[in-house]
Write a protein that binds this ligand. Structure first.
Ligand code: AHR
Length: 557
């Protein structure tokens, strides 16, 4: 069976004058970076490496809160692809692997700990070939189909609507359902939503009850197609728009009292980069939205952007050196310019920012692990990926007024995964730990932080030495995240806080011996967070960041 991997234009091969690097370097700052000549001790009694530490001052003004950092930027994506669903989530009720109604207990426990806000399902490219009726009813009677997108393997359909809803219920997440616009019909999608959401005794609701779930399900997020410009049907923007309007009109949610505004968020397919064809796509959808009538509307526009550097993905996910580390991080920082470009177009047609920009596929996409099925997109996950995740989450948070959702690709065993499994074994990746450390930022309020990032240069690649994010949680507690991108030099941080009186500060830091350090089934604790304490004097918080580290601290007042 031939493998087909969706073609992709140079998604991340962009250089942009508005890159995050320039933004940070040019940013207003009260401070300067100075080398200090003494060796230093890292907080919490850790001995710092024998390097001089760069000093970076942060200015945090908690009296000027910004937008809410929507918890949905920490969303996940689970596609029927490789071992993402089967083996990763679903092992079946007869499995010896401990499970609840066929869903792995170890995976559920791990995901509960990172407070997953929503899971996008069933794809991806798979969504535009998915026919929901194959995945309901008695397991033994379900149609067995193929998965032509991803290795051409058998799709048993054992994991369907009820199993997905059970899974997200077990982990405490919301459903983000992508309906089939490519090879399906509005009728099929409308029936699916009626099946899932109506409380009325319709034939479809009775069928749902007969299949074990009398109460209607909640579907707060609806994706109308996926990459309709490519694997979703190679549509032009105008053609997609005409289709999308029909889905927006007829695919109804009958259980709408589930969100703050009582509405399901309808998310249109958006761009996959910032070349002219992508800006044209965003222009087309947003211009139409500006003129929408009562009969159709969207409340979200999706955007996909992988860190891939060149297509097809060729970078190794482990066993790489500092040059590849710096190249990948430089590429990932281009996310900021991409969001600037498309946010500006959206602002033109939607100055009130009613339509959310949802980055519902992002992450590092590397060469498949040697020996794996190339259609399964299996890769390792290194410290570099943890840092990559932190940088992107910070970018999303800085765009919090427009970016109100994001879904990293993908949840388990596929691309930049949270979790890797092999039969009964499970290992948590560096990216998982970053999501765990960032949990306090969910639904927090952005707090401005200014700093001169300094520069880390390797092989003519220049990057900001540090990145930082600040926010206040619902209880008013201040949280700081600081990333040290430099793989060799520690950084001394001094944070000047306005609007809060700091008494103490502590948290966790994630680093490892090498930029390509990974967790494996045999050595699962190579890249795990460890405690870090900061000193507080005169309202200033000071701490030393280890090289190549992600640190989150909370400030007690
Ligand atoms: O995440 C893997 C694939 O990448 C998705 O199926 C598709 O939407 C994108 O091209």
């Amino acid at each position: 069976m031939p493998l087909t991997v969706p073609s992709r234009s140079k998604l991340s091969v962009r250089s942009h004058p508005d890159s995050l690097f320039n933004f940070l370097v040019q940013r207003v700052s009260f401070v300067a970076c100075t080398f200090i000549l003494t060796l230093t001790l890292v907080s919490a009694g850790l001995t710092a490496p024998a390097f001089s530490a760069e000093k970076v001052e942060l200015s945090v003004d908690a009296s000027k809160p910004g937008a809410k950092i929507d918890r949905n930027i920490f969303g996940q994506f689970a596609e029927h692809l490789g071992h993402g669903i089967y083996d990763g989530i679903w092992v079946g009720t007869d499995s010896k692997i401990p499970n609840t109604r066929g869903i792995r207990n170890d995976v559920v426990a791990a995901l509960k700990a990172i407070k997953v806000p929503n899971v996008r399902w069933p794809g991806g490219c798979f969504a535009d070939e998915y026919h929901w009726r194959n995945g309901i009813g008695p397991a033994a009677k379900r149609n067995v189909t193929l998965n032509p997108n991803w290795g051409g393997v058998i799709e048993p359909n054992s994991f369907g609507t009820h199993e997905f809803m059970d899974f997200i219920d077990q982990i405490g997440a919301d459903a983000y359902i992508s309906v089939n616009l490519g090879s399906g019909t509005p009728h099929e999608a409308a029936d699916w939503l009626e099946y899932m959401t109506t409380a009325q005794p319709t034939t479809l609701a009775k069928e749902r009850a007969a299949n074990g779930h009398p109460a209607p399900y909640k579907v707060p997020y609806l994706g109308i197609g996926n990459e309709s410009w490519d694997c979703g049907g190679n549509m032009t923007p105008d053609y997609y728009l005409s289709q999308m309007k029909i889905y927006s009109r007829f695919v109804r949610n009958f259980n709408p009292a589930q969100q703050d505004n009582g509405q399901m968020l309808k998310i249109a397919v958006g761009p996959g980069g910032d070349e002219p064809r992508w800006t044209e796509w965003t222009e087309t959808i947003m211009k139409a939205h500006q003129q929408h009538t009562w009969s159709w509307d969207i409340s979200g526009l999706s955007i996909h952007n992988y860190t891939v550097v060149k297509w097809p993905p060729a970078y190794a996910s482990t066993g790489f050196g500092e040059t590849e580390y710096a190249q990948i991080l430089k590429s990932t920082l281009e996310m900021d310019a991409l969001l600037n470009t498309h946010s500006a177009i959206m602002d033109k047609y939607d100055p009130q920012k009613k339509v959310a920009l949802i980055v519902d596929e992002w992450g590092g996409w590397y060469a498949p692990l040697p020996g794996s099925n190339p259609g399964f997109l299996v890769q390792q996950n290194s410290l570099r990926d943890g840092i990559l995740a932190a940088l992107n989450l910070n970018i999303f948070a800085r765009h919090a007024d427009r970016v109100r959702g994001a879904n990293i690709a993908q949840l388990i065993n596929v691309l930049q995964a949270m979790i890797l499994t092999d039969k009964e074994k499970m290992v948590l990746t560096p990216t998982y730990y970053v999501f765990k450390m960032y949990a306090p930022f969910q639904d927090s309020t952005f707090v401005p932080v200014s700093f001169n990032a300094g520069t880390y240069t390797h092989d003519n690649i220049s990057l900001p030495r540090v990145d930082a994010l600040a926010a206040k949680d619902k209880d008013g507690k201040l949280w700081l995240e600081i990333t040290n991108l430099d793989p060799s030099q520690p950084v001394e941080i001094e944070a000047n806080l306005a609007g809060v009186t700091a008494k103490s500060a502590s948290g966790e830091t994630l680093t490892a011996p090498k930029v390509d350090s990974v967790n494996t089934f045999d050595a699962a604790k190579t890249v795990v967070p460890k405690p870090i304490a900061a000193s507080v004097r005169g309202g200033k918080v000071s701490l030393t960041l280890e090289p190549k580290s992600v640190t989150v601290i909370s400030v007690e007042q």
